[in-house]
Design a protein around this ligand. Sequence first.
Ligand SMILES: NC(=O)c1ccc[n+]([C@@H]2O[C@H](COP(=O)([O-])OP(=O)(O)OC[C@H]3O[C@@H](n4cnc5c(N)ncnc54)[C@H](O)[C@@H]3O)[C@@H](O)[C@H]2O)c1
Length: 356
Amino acid sequence: MAPDGDIVITGGAGFLGANLAVALAERRPGARIVAFDNLARRGSELNLPRLREAGVRFVHGDVREPGDLLALGPVAQLVECSAEPSIMAGVTSAPDYLVRTNLLGAYHCLELARRDEAQLVFLSTSRVYPVPRLREVVLEEDTTRFRIAPEQRLPGVSAAGISESFPLHGARTLYGATKLSAELLVEEYRESYGLSACVLRFGVVAGPWQMGRVDQGVFAYWALAHAFGRPLRYFGFGGSGRQVRDLLHVEDAAELIDEVLRGPSIWDGVIANVGGGPEVSLSLAEATSLCEEISGRRGLVQGQSEERPGDVPLYISDTARLQGVTAWRPGRSARQTIEDIFAWIADNEDIARSIG
Ligand SMILES: NC(=O)c1ccc[n+]([C@@H]2O[C@H](COP(=O)([O-])OP(=O)(O)OC[C@H]3O[C@@H](n4cnc5c(N)ncnc54)[C@H](O)[C@@H]3O)[C@@H](O)[C@H]2O)c1
């Protein structure tokens, strides 16, 4: 590892990347942090003033272009946060951008890390788990949410959520497929080139500065709609909003990645689920209640039975493996995460109004 190299965050103007860059800059005065991004995501450009104020150097570049990455100076650590993160990508559009950014881009990041013997932290996703298998998880239903039933047919499912031993055979959306393919490359680079790398499979991450859209960043999207009185719909699963996700505050995510960057040898080879787990989870109906309480706006949501491709009724991260590596635990509740999103909207109304 180049000891005096930069900490490079690809996708560094995005939601996770920019929040991480700012958090690292605050925690490590004097560290040289580079945010590399092609600003493809609408709204990422709104993070540029924050990055500048935090002393993070912004480099406009594209992970699809190896030359853009290899033009960077010596890199000590690389956090790969760039992506086309929508599960609808390749469904409502051609797969070209998705595959070339998420898979080829990850390969180019691996090549940069190999050049400088840099530590690589790869941000992966719960979407690596196949949709048909997740739909086989046996659920119970109560008034506000689905719950994982005690008896299950598949391995890797329990009241704690979905673990890394959940089956990996089956389709998982093109997005999930590109991320799992990139994970396999990470593993091969460790084996073949001795690269120090770890893979973090995040469930839903949420918080301030998320440019929430209907297909990505659902809790920010929900809060933005309530803040500005926009209509919402529960898609599928009976149309009553019982679908559940665990969520992790972006500050909690940044704290974990900071820890990973401080202990490369501890984290080398770790592939682990990361999320709020059952304790920090919400159904959409519960998110609506919270948003209604905070905003004072009611009645925006309508049900619709039509399902979206790739959607699942429940995903909760079983983080037992992660907990075996670190004492880190999510520190912020689901309520606090939603409240923080509303506080950010109130402080940045013009920016927030332009999103969605
Ligand atoms: N937000 C979540 O809930 C979540 C959950 C699981 C995994 N992840 C993963 O975390 C990472 C970051 O996600 P996010 O939520 O911050 O998404 P985001 O869309 O906010 O950020 C991604 C950034 O990558 C940039 N980008 C896209 N194509 C690029 C390219 N070709 N070259 C350079 N930059 C490019 C975008 O402009 C954007 O700023 C992704 O790898 C995603 O798969 C996110």
